[in-house]
Every structure is written in C-alpha cells, then in structure tokens.
Design a binder for this molecule. Structure first.
Ligand code: ATP
Ligand code: MG
Length: 273
C-alpha cells in the first residue's frame, strides 16, 4: 500500500545513510531538477541535490560543467529555465528577501567596490545586513581575517589574495546558515588558504551552517568536504564521500577520479556495485 508519510521517512533515512550520517539533520538547501538553457547549450541540465546543516558539500567538475550557473540560480541571480530552489524548506522565488538574510556567498569574480576602503566595505555590508553592533563586528572580522593593516586601504589596491580575504570576511558578516563559495581560495597562497578553510569550518560548526563549495583543488576538497557532487555537462554523474569515492571507482585519489570524470565519464563504474 502506498503511504506518503512512510515514503517521505524512507527517503529521509536513505539520504542520511547515503551521507554516512545517522543523526537527524535539518535540510538547509534543496535543489530540484534545476535547468538553465542558453541558445545552443544546456548549461545546467537537470540537477537535484540537498544539503543538510553542518555539511560542507563540494561541487566539482571541469570548466564549463555548470557549477557557477548552478550557484547563481541558488543565489537567485539567474532565473532557472526549469526547476526549483528551496532554502529552509521555503521557495527562493517566493521568500527571496527573507531567505537572503540567512545566506551569503563569495566568488572570485564578484568584486567589492574598489574605491572604498576595506573598513568602509565591511561596515556598509554590516549595515545592509542589519548586523548588531556593526563597528565591533567589523573590528572582529578585520582581526580574524588578518586585515587590520589594510583597514584604510582601498579594496581596488589590494592584491587578489588580500581581496579574497575581504570577500570571505564579507561572506561571513551576517552569520549565514547557507554559504555558497565559488572557488573561494583560488587566489590564496597555501598557508592563507589553510587558515581561511579553518575559519570557514569553524563557522559551520558554531552555526550549524551548510556550505556548497566549488574548487579545482582536490587537496582542498578532501580537507573540507563531507560529500562531493561531480558535475559534467550540466548533470551530476557521481556523489559521495571524497575520501572513499576514489577507492570505490578504482582510482588512486580524488584528482585521478576527477580526470576520469572529465575525460572518460562513460568508463566509470563502481568496483563493488
Ligand atoms: N550567459 C550565457 N550565455 C551562453 N552560455 C553561457 C552563459 N553563461 C554560461 N554559459 C555556458 O554555460 C556553461 C556552464 O558555465 P559555468 O560558468 O556554470 O561553468 P563552471 O562549471 O562554473 O566552469 P569553471 O570551472 O570554468 O568556472 C559553459 O559552457 C558556459 O560557456
Ligand atoms: Mg565557475
């Protein structure tokens, strides 16, 4: 007999088992059959996944796979051709302003106003986000992101790595429960990248936040992600634990698996189906 409640519970249990996580966690983001068509190309061709509180999920895939397009649709910057985005169970289109208060993002291509100083940028965003005690908050972020010496420097004059740190500080200013990071450490040196990953992970733990994280650095993905989604030509091909997936597909490491997904996706088969 078909019992909708039971089916829902079964799906929830299956999702939790797939993630190797047995505690009941709240769903923060749900993406349902997202499609983005442009003339001549399907940038995203039907992508569905969920992210739960406390989870860092990596979105991996070759150049042009559809990662940024997916993120832009989740942010509401791009209208999907088809599909739906739910954040905290609410439809992004209907509850956009309410949802955006609890979301933030950082991306290499999203520049902050370059003619304003680091302090001015962070302070203005703190005011826009309605942060309690914005001056104190900005002071804390300047310290935590090693930006104190650039307090009065115009953002446009900073090196790309320094600008990335300001971007990340801005992304955490409103204490977001959902954070979308599109190659957040692309221009950071390995030492700074490690420190920034630590700050972001700390944020997830303290706030039970959830993150969708894209990167081409497989070392980074293994270090931060609980789960990865491999996307190619706008479709999810593989999903799993980045520390277990390579072995399951007979590959030495995540980098090798990535290269196979990019070059010969049809040859990929799990060893123990
Ligand atoms: N406005 C647009 N018009 C036409 N095609 C577009 C448009 N925006 C993106 N595309 C195409 O959609 C595809 C997906 O692009 P997207 O930026 O999502 O890739 P990506 O996975 O983020 O790649 P990368 O790793 O290089 O950042 C690409 O082939 C791109 O050329
Ligand atoms: Mg991209």
């Amino acid at each position: 007999m078909f019992v909708p409640g039971k089916v829902k519970l079964y799906r929830q249990a299956r999702d939790l088992l797939v993630r190797g996580n047995y505690r009941m966690a709240k769903k923060i983001l749900e993406v349902k059959n997202l499609v983005k068509k442009y003339a001549g190309t399907d940038a995203v061709a039907g992508v569905s996944f969920s992210i739960y509180e406390g989870e860092v999920v990596g979105l991996l895939g070759p150049n042009g796979a559809g990662k940024t397009t997916t993120i832009d649709m989740i942010l509401g910057l791009l209208d999907p051709t088809e599909g739906e985005v739910l954040v905290f169970g609410k439809n992004l289109k209907e509850y956009r302003s309410e949802i955006l208060q609890q979301m933030n993002f950082s991306a290499v291509y999203a520049q902050l106003p370059g003619n304003l100083s680091v302090w001015e940028n962070l302070y203005i965003f703190a005011l826009l986000y309605g942060v309690a005690d914005p001056k104190e908050s900005v002071k804390g972020f300047l310290k935590n992101f090693d930006l104190e010496r650039f307090r009065k420097t115009r953002v446009g004059f900073l090196s790309s790595g320094e600008q990335s740190r300001v971007n990340l500080a801005k992304a955490l200013l409103n204490n977001p429960r959902l954070l979308l990071l599109d190659e957040p450490t692309a221009s950071l040196d390995p030492s700074t990248a490690q420190i920034m990953r630590g700050r972001i992970k700390e944020h997830v733990t303290l706030n039970k936040a959830a993150i969708l994280w894209t990167s081409h650095d497989m070392y980074e993905i293994e270090a931060v992600c609980d789960r990865v989604l491999f996307i190619s030509h706008g479709k999810i091909l593989l999903e799993g634990d980045p520390r277990k997936l390579p072995n399951q597909y007979g590959k030495k490491n995540l980098e090798e698996l990535f290269i196979s997904v990019a070059r010969e996706p049809l040859s990929l088969h799990p060893l123990h189906a």
